[in-house]
Design a protein around this ligand. Structure first.
Ligand code: ZN
Length: 177
């Protein structure tokens, strides 16, 4: 119906962009309303640090992903094929984000989960970069960029949280703390 002209003219370029920019975004995403983002206000995070402080705390690649919204290359992340039982935490602040119970093989090349661990785990933002609209997923505690969420995931949620391994830290079930 109201298809943007550019998507008709430049499908090749767009495809290339998807291939380069990471998390597969070729599926149509639902409206802002669906993700509870309609009219959403700016969020203040529990942990607020200056860019200098983050740079000091994080490795250069962790900083790039979490603070500069970077994307690791597909099939390179250490948690892509990771199958142990436990909890995936935010690498920047330790907030518990995802359980191995909701991890599945999406074939995308990034760790994929069909649900967040709790309502306190992640926050969502509209991301209009690269000429498309995606839903960015950030840590609800520190605002660090984690990845994106799409609506082509498995039941029961139908969601696919496409997350960078570099933004995660894994805690095995048997470990303390
Ligand atoms: Zn965090």
């Amino acid at each position: 119906m109201d298809i943007k002209r550019t998507t008709l003219i430049y499908p090749g370029i767009l495809f290339l962009l998807f291939a380069i920019t990471g998390c597969d975004a070729q599926n149509k995403i639902h409206s802002e309303d669906y993700y509870g983002l309609k009219g959403k206000k700016m969020t203040k995070y529990e942990i607020e640090k200056s860019e200098e402080e983050w740079q000091e705390q994080l490795t250069p690649e962790q900083y790039h992903i979490t603070r500069e919204k970077g994307t690791e290359r597909p099939f390179t992340g250490k948690y892509n094929d990771h199958k142990a039982d436990g909890v995936y935490k935010c690498v920047a602040c330790g907030n518990e984000l995802f359980s191995s119970d909701t991890k599945y093989s999406s074939g995308s090349g990034w760790p994929s989960f069909w649900d967040q661990l709790s309502d306190d785990a992640v926050d969502r933002k509209i991301d209009n970069s690269y000429g498309m609209q995606r839903i960015e997923v950030v840590c609800k505690n520190c605002g660090g960029h984690l990845g994106h969420v799409f609506d082509d995931g498995p039941n029961p949620t139908g969601l696919r949280y496409c997350i960078n391994s570099i933004a995660l830290d894994f805690k095995a079930e048997s470990e303390e703390g």
